[in-house]
Design a protein around this ligand. Structure first.
Ligand SMILES: Nc1ncnc2c1ncn2[C@@H]1O[C@H](COP(=O)(O)OP(=O)(O)OP(=O)(O)O)[C@@H](O)[C@H]1O
Ligand SMILES: [Mg+2]
Length: 275
């Protein structure tokens, strides 16, 4: 028997090469919670941006996160997505996936994605092509643009176009979309990857009132299918989508409840008046 191993054929791909190590284990939500943050603290030069923060997000929930400037809202998103590692505490995706052991790209591949405030669509490409490019795949950008789509992929793009209300704009070049439309397209680009959790930081900043209403509808329509955490300063908008609202202050959860409950909470009023 020869002990020399055969050379691999470079025209072939091999299953044993795990090119995209995704998730070590499946997201376990058997207790209904998709995200656990416990005792999370992080300091920047001695300043506690998050201070013993604990927060639980239910699977499929739309959660609103409010709080004055500097309360730690964006830092909280940085910790969930792996951009920043906390000094203390634990952060779990479902009951078993320790996010603190994973880097940013592993966390994104596991199904937690984030929408930044500034839309970053490919201006020269059409709405459809932008969605096509965001499809979860091992393919490089070049291949993704020129390879043909299978019917399942086409269906997903159609479905997302419908969700973001941009079916009629599918061939429009993204560069000439309005600010609001770009934001929806970017939400659509995230949806192409079928994320389990979506973090959305200040989605309606700079939008017209009509665009804000449409964004509220869009985010509400995601409830149950994805877990969404929305950070926003526009209280009217928050009121229009809110079920449960978490108020952050000085890096900790000040209170949680319905919009009416938190708005009538004297501590919340105090915190906002003191701004
Ligand atoms: N990388 C960093 N280096 C130093 N300080 C930071 C860093 N990131 C955040 N901070 C500080 O932590 C605090 C919380 O900031 P964060 O951006 O999380 O607040 P926020 O609630 O998102 O506020 P806003 O509503 O203004 O967006 C702020 O005082 C900020 O200056
Ligand atoms: Mg912020």
């Amino acid at each position: 028997m020869s002990n020399t191993k055969p050379f691999l054929n470079r025209y072939q791909t091999y299953d044993f090469v795990n090119r995209n190590p995704v998730i070590k284990n499946k997201v376990d939500v058997s207790h209904g919670t998709v995200l656990y943050m416990e005792g999370v603290s992080i300091s920047f030069d001695g300043f506690k941006a998050l201070n013993d923060l604990s927060l639980y997000i239910n699977d499929g929930e739309l959660r609103c996160l409010i709080g004055p400037n500097g309360a730690g809202k964006t830092t909280l998103m940085d910790v969930i997505t792996g951009k920043t590692k906390p000094d203390a505490g634990s952060v779990y995706f479902g009951q078993t996936i320790d996010l603190l052991q994973m880097d940013e790209s592993e966390i994104a591949r596991a199904g937690i994605c984030r929408k930044f405030q500034k839309p970053s669509v490919f201006e020269k490409l059409s709405v459809f092509e932008n969605l096509e490019l965001s499809m979860q795949s091992n393919r490089g950008t070049w291949v993704a643009l020129f390879a043909s789509l299978n019917s399942e992929q086409r269906d997903r793009i159609d479905e997302v176009l419908e969700i973001i209300g941009m079916t009629a704009l599918r061939f429009q070049s993204a560069g000439i979309l309005s600010h609001g439309q770009k934001q929806w397209l970017e939400i659509g680009m995230l949806l192409m990857q079928k994320p389990r959790v979506m973090l959305v930081d200040e989605p309606v900043a700079g939008m017209t009132n009509q665009e804000i209403d449409r964004t509220a509808e869009l985010l509400l329509s995601l409830e149950g299918k994805h877990s969404v955490i929305v950070v926003e300063h526009d209280m009217e908008f928050i009121r229009s989508i809110a079920k449960k609202v978490t108020v952050l202050h000085e890096g900790s959860v000040l209170t949680e409840g319905t919009m009416d409950e938190v708005q009538n909470d004297p501590r919340v009023i105090q915190v906002y008046l003191g701004e």
